[in-house]
Design a binder for this molecule. Structure first.
Ligand code: 1HN
Length: 349
């Protein structure tokens, strides 16, 4: 059924299609091969955004609108194959957010879950369901579905982070709810560090019962994840496709930190070239350290610190590393695995 040509369009058939069209009916056989493809076929294309221009435009936007007026002052990273849809991949949204010193991005909540990956600045903060956490470079911070969240910056420097949300997935299901809080900053009900003390020490409160699918830890500090990679590398055991790659987990069940989005941090040493790899989860990579180039479907993308690039579903990818590199990445793999769709393919022995 999959590779067949479409049935020919005859005058008789065309007349029939026009007739049934008025009744909101359509013939499957004219569209079937586009609906059920033998392998992933995506409008999403490979792309790289260099951080330099991104940051300049973001700071320029800081002179045009406040975080409060914008609600969120964000430049959306739109995939060139998906312009006008606010999507970086078919299933994910990404944008770069700026919070200037003294600003507050006001409290709200929504069905969509969000991740933050801190790109620039130090000592910014976000409050999630009554607990404030300080954000520094490389920290991975989550906002679970329907959790109240507001952001602030009491430092002297602009804070910039990458937001990743499952907006297209929630839209697909027409399941979006959102509310604003009646104050800019929500009141604090827990001390800073409470969730990492309870859940981030390889222990759980006895009799703990999870209430949702998101991790109860909401800040995964870069220093800790980075140190794990550094200690692991002494073993010199490299995965041919991934180098050293760690997945951020929900400590309650070892699952993904977020219900729909899988998040990872990997180390690729200088001189390493990864074996060709492809998977069904289109992936957004953030270069946290190092330099190299990535070949996606034969197309070359040179990268350096803080650049952001996208690998679409089922495209072969190879990384060639010129300086010790650390890559943060995220994709819809958490959702795909829960639904039983996810597949991968490797070219090595
Ligand atoms: C949102 O709530 C944030 O909380 C950022 O920082 C980006 C994009 C679309 C919808 C909600 C945030 C967002 C967003």
């Amino acid at each position: 059924m999959t590779n067949k040509d479409k049935p020919a369009l005859t005058t008789e058939r065309e007349r029939f299609y026009e007739k049934i069209d008025k009744e909101h009916l359509a013939p499957l056989w004219t569209v079937l091969s586009d609906l059920v493809t033998p392998e992933p076929s995506s409008a999403c294309v490979p792309h790289l955004w260099q951080y330099g221009p991104l940051k300049r435009y973001l700071l320029e936007s800081g002179g045009l609108i406040t975080a409060k007026e914008a609600e969120r002052r964000v430049l959306v990273l739109e995939n060139p194959g998906l312009r006008g849809t606010s999507k970086i991949t078919t299933s994910l949204y990404a944008g770069l957010q700026l919070v200037l010193p003294g600003e507050i991005a006001p409290a709200h909540r929504h069905t969509q879950s969000a991740l933050r990956f801190v790109m620039d600045g130090a000592n910014g903060h976000t409050t999630v369901d009554g607990e404030k956490t300080i954000m520094n470079f490389g920290d991975f911070v989550i906002t679970p579905p329907m959790a109240w969240h507001d952001h602030g910056n009491q430092s002297e420097e602009p804070m910039v982070w990458l937001d990743g949300l499952d907006i297209p997935m929630v839209s697909l299901y027409d399941a979006s709810f959102a509310e604003t809080f009646d104050q800019d900053a929500q009141p604090l009900s827990k001390g800073t560090g409470d969730s990492s003390a309870r859940f981030g020490a390889n222990m759980l409160p006895v009799d703990f019962n999870a209430t949702g699918l998101a991790s109860p830890i909401f800040n995964y500090p870069y220093a800790r994840s980075r140190e794990s990679l550094d200690v692991m590398r002494r073993q010199e055991e490299w995965d041919p496709c991934h180098g050293l790659k760690l997945r951020y987990i929900n400590p309650v069940d070892g699952g993904f930190a977020m219900p729909t989005i899988g998040t990872y941090l990997q180390l690729l040493p200088k001189g390493f070239s990864t074996a060709p790899y492809r998977s069904t989860d289109a992936t957004i990579f953030v270069v946290t350290e190092g330099r190299g180039l990535t070949i996606i479907d034969g197309q070359k993308f040179d990268w350096g610190p803080k650049d952001i690039f996208v690998v679409p579903s089922w495209k072969w990818v190879t990384h060639v590393v010129s300086d010790d590199a650390v890559l943060f990445s995220f994709s819809d793999r958490a959702a795909q695995q829960k639904l039983g769709y996810w597949r991968e393919d490797r070219q090595h022995n």
